[in-house]
Design a protein around this ligand. Structure first.
Ligand code: FAD
Length: 450
């Protein structure tokens, strides 16, 4: 095969997975990565734990060094290079580096530009004060860290109700700050079942987080040394504020390119991760995907998706024909000593997708009652009444207990029913689980609902 030029926009999970894969399969091809920031291959998921102090080494968050990428993997790397536009017809991109703008031609292009924090319409006055943050990049993390070290703030507000808000509330609280959750609903984000949300909020209260719920944030403004969060129910005053109200795909620069955009502006791709221009691929947080449960388009920005899509896009660019199966929305996090995990659809989402979805909850222990160290594990299951198929599951409880969500993820992906799940031969011994593993118990209880 003749040598080809592959350009990759974005030097993190999706971009570098793809670049490495292309080089592995086609070592003779030219693979060039453009990254607008100063870092590549960083563990964004580790940032809350760095800010909490659990991860102490900044370098530990950097997975591949530029030297490894360039010298060992033979990938051309351009840091501080921002791609400004894509011309799919001419097969060219324009790249800005300082005051220089260049046009570069490609045979294949991968869009791996990730996502950007969304402020959900919250107006931030004085956005340069640097006491109002979002957390997306390592630079954001370093700025928050410096503020905590140097200015010794006392009070902070976290606006949002998703998993990054949960993780950052834990981090700030553990650092000894007076920490407030400010959220527009009386529950966390609607990706959590209300029962799980209530348990997390209760745990937050126990740990001393102030809950400012049911408040619509209208504006965040600076007044002297203070940050005022103006809400429909009055002002809240903090020393600094983190806005963690979700992310949007980072695709504004593609708006007029002719590349098809879907949910929230994410890039529409087929199973091979090709856009409407077959030589242009997209992977990771900038790309739309498909729900493996409903078959409908979905936008779910998570790290395993980004890494796997990068791998698959790279393999396909290099001549392969691999498919990305879609997403089951499996996710896990923690607050203090409570593990929190989810997969599949909530009952609300399942009903919206026209399933006759029935929900049931139960609580069990992660060990037999007689064995020391057992803790309560709370489960919410959603099944399809028609055929008994599992549609969703959520768990809250001990950290090792909630990782069982992976078994639910598997059986949901395999479209297994409660009857089939009950027949699974899962491992049992007292130090690990009760004799009816929570997954088997979920199946046994689920049989009563169909
Ligand atoms: C605080 C935090 C915690 C998280 N925790 C978890 C977790 O526990 N589990 C989980 O599954 N996911 C987690 N995530 C999400 C996960 O980090 C992302 O899904 C993943 O990083 C997406 O990888 P990506 O390569 O698609 O995009 P990104 O990681 O966003 O990388 C995109 C890269 O493209 C660069 N770029 C953007 N535009 C341009 C341009 N025009 N030109 C050149 N370069 C450009 C950016 O600078 C960036 O380096 C977390 C995210 C955050 C912020």
């Amino acid at each position: 095969m003749l040598s080809k030029t592959v350009l990759i926009i974005g030097g993190n999970a999706a971009g570098l997975s793809a670049a490495s894969q292309v080089k592995k399969i086609q070592p003779g091809w030219k693979v060039i990565v453009y990254e607008k920031g100063p870092y590549i291959s960083y563990a964004g998921c580790g940032m809350p734990y760095f800010l909490q102090g659990i991860v102490s080494e900044f370098e530990g968050l950097l997975e591949l060094t530029p030297e490894t990428v360039v010298k060992d993997r033979k990938i051309e790397l351009n840091l501080h290079h921002e791609v400004k536009s894509v011309n799919p017809v001419k097969k060219e991109i324009t790249v800005k580096n300082g005051g220089t703008v260049e046009t570069i031609a490609f045979d294949y292009l991968l869009l791996a530009t990730g996502a950007l924090p969304s402020r959900r319409g919250i107006e931030v006055k004085h956005p340069f004060s640097r006491r109002v943050f979002t957390l997306k990049s390592l630079d954001d993390m370093l700025e928050i860290s410096a503020l905590m070290e140097e200015q010794k703030p006392r009070r902070c507000g976290v606006i949002g109700g998703g998993y990054i808000a949960v993780e950052m509330l834990e981090a700030f609280q553990a650092r000894g700050l007076e920490t407030h959750l400010v959220h527009r609903r009386d529950q966390l984000a609607n990706t959590f079942e209300p029962e799980i949300s209530a348990m997390i909020l209760e745990k937050m209260k126990e740990e001393g987080i102030a809950l400012d719920l049911n408040r619509d944030v209208l504006e965040v403004a600076e007044a002297g040394e203070e940050i005022i969060v103006r809400t429909d129910k009055g002002d809240l005053i903090f020393d600094f504020v983190l806005i963690a109200t979700g992310v949007d795909p980072n695709t504004a620069f593609l708006q007029d390119s002719g590349i098809e955009l879907g949910i929230k502006g994410s890039v529409v791709v087929n199973k091979q991760l090709q856009t409407n221009f077959p030589y242009i691929y997209a992977a990771g947080d900038c790309a739309q995907t498909t729900s493996i449960i409903t078959g409908q388009p979905a936008y779910v920005p998570l790290a395993p998706k980004a890494n796997k899509e990068g791998f698959i896009a790279g393999a396909n660019i290099a001549g392969g024909n691999e498919e990305f199966a879609g997403i089951g929305e499996t996710a896990i996090t923690k607050f203090a000593d409570m593990g929190i995990a989810r997969t599949g659809l909530t009952q609300e989402a399942a009903v919206k997708s026209s399933f006759d979805a029935v929900k049931y909850t139960f609580s069990t222990s992660n060990r037999p009652r007689y064995y020391p160290g057992g803790e309560e594990l709370y489960c919410v299951c959603v099944i399809n009444r028609d055929d008994g198929r599992f549609l969703g599951a959520q768990m809250a409880g001990p950290l090792d207990g909630v990782k069982r969500i992976d078994v639910f993820a598997l059986l949901i992906q395999q479209k297994m029913t409660v009857g089939e799940t009950f027949k699974l031969d899962l491992a049992y011994a007292p130090p690990f689980s009760p004799v009816y593993d929570p997954v088997i118990l979920a199946a046994r209880l689920g049989r009563k609902h169909i």
